[in-house]
Ligand binder design. Structure first.
Ligand SMILES: [Zn+2]
Ligand SMILES: [Zn+2]
Length: 349
């Protein structure tokens, strides 16, 4: 029997009797990372990689039964050896390695190979069967280097500042937003945050990740009202960088920053149609997922002879790998696309 099978609740390890990133509440969940489509609420017990604890607490609540394990340390579940290895996706993200009777499987969750100052780099783990995400599994998806990308973001912010405009970047609140603040030149001007971004940023700082100073927009509004009493209206937004979740795009919340220039940070910005569909000024190609070359490198370095692709362009990746002589197939999971997903909580200001 396979070490991992697909049950109605998600990826299941029958030998160890636990689920990995289940989409329903199950008694025992081993979880790759804190994005809501992978870390579902209501499970009996959670086992996660240690660096993600504060994020999991933010997402699952203070009463969730969470056990942490340092990366690389082995936990035994009914004879199945379970260990976590950095996935380079967001803070605390892990690939899960399972070993049983000499058979090794790795479940990647979400991952990227690109450098990211806000989390540990992806580690290549050898295995027989590799379950890989495939969000951006088309040859058209290739990411720029951080220098090129953030050179573009900084140039855009500087130009807006010179023109007296506010710069707003829409970026997924968990991971992407922190990567943006860590990557920009914070000496250009103040960085303000949407409430949903600030909440996650606090969990990053509590976890020891160094980030430039940020001020929640709500505090700036309160301060400006105070200062503006009896005087001409204060203009706190000109020249600032505001980081907000994608759900804030086009909302009444975003109106107050006029005059403004808006940008969206996402892997989908690689394709021109995606930029056009959003009525924004700029698209920055920034993803927390592997691009096409990254996916192929990860598969090759795993040494796996069997690959199961999931979420995204899974059938394209599986077909390509079969052409390379691998035993590759699609495994149908219910994970979403956190590159564009809007968690309900992000809609709040
Ligand atoms: Zn994710
Ligand atoms: Zn995912």
């Amino acid at each position: 029997m396979d070490l991992i099978t697909l049950s109605e609740d998600g990826l299941y390890c029958p030998a160890g009797d636990f689920h990995i990133d289940p989409w329903n509440a199950v008694p025992r969940a081993v979880v790759t990372h804190a994005h809501t489509d992978h870390a579902r609420w209501g499970c009996g017990k959670y086992l996660v990689a240690a660096p993600g604890l504060h994020l999991f607490r933010t997402r699952l609540g203070k009463d969730a039964d969470i056990t942490t394990v340092p990366h690389g340390e082995v936990v035994d579940h009914n004879g199945v050896r379970v260990s976590f290895h950095p996935a380079g996706h967001v803070l605390g993200s892990a690939q899960i390695r399972l070993e049983h009777c000499g058979e090794v499987w790795v479940v990647t969750g979400d991952y990227k190979l690109d450098p990211d100052p806000t989390c540990l780099p992806f580690e290549h783990v050898r295995c027989h069967t590799f379950i890989t995400e495939s969000t951006f599994a088309l040859p058209v998806y290739r990411w720029e280097t951080a220098d090129v990308l953030f050179g573009g973001v900084n140039g855009w912010w500087r130009a807006n500042r010179a023109a007296g405009k506010c710069s707003i970047v829409y970026a997924y609140a968990l991971g992407k937003a922190q990567r943006v603040m860590a990557g920009v030149d914070a000496s250009i001007g103040p960085i303000y945050t949407h409430g949903a971004v600030e909440k996650v940023t606090r969990a990053y700082r509590d976890s020891g990740v160094e980030l430039p100073p940020t001020t929640p927009v709500s505090e700036v509004v309160a301060g400006a009202k105070e200062k503006g009493k009896g005087k001409s209206k204060a203009k706190p937004w000109a020249g600032a960088l505001v980081i907000a979740p994608p759900s804030a795009d086009g909302s009444p919340w975003a109106k107050k920053f006029e005059p403004k220039s808006e940008a969206f940070a996402s892997g989908w910005m690689c394709v021109r149609g995606a930029r056009r569909r959003r009525a924004i000024d700029r698209g920055f190609v920034l993803s927390d997922h592997a691009d096409w070359p990254g996916l192929l490198t990860a598969v090759k370095e795993s040494g796996a002879t069997r690959v199961l692709a999931t979420h995204g362009f899974a059938s394209v990746l599986a077909r390509h790998l079969r052409e390379q002589g691998l035993d590759a197939d699609v495994i149908a999971t219910r994970y979403g696309d956190d590159d564009t997903a809007d968690a309900g909580e992000e809609a709040e200001a």
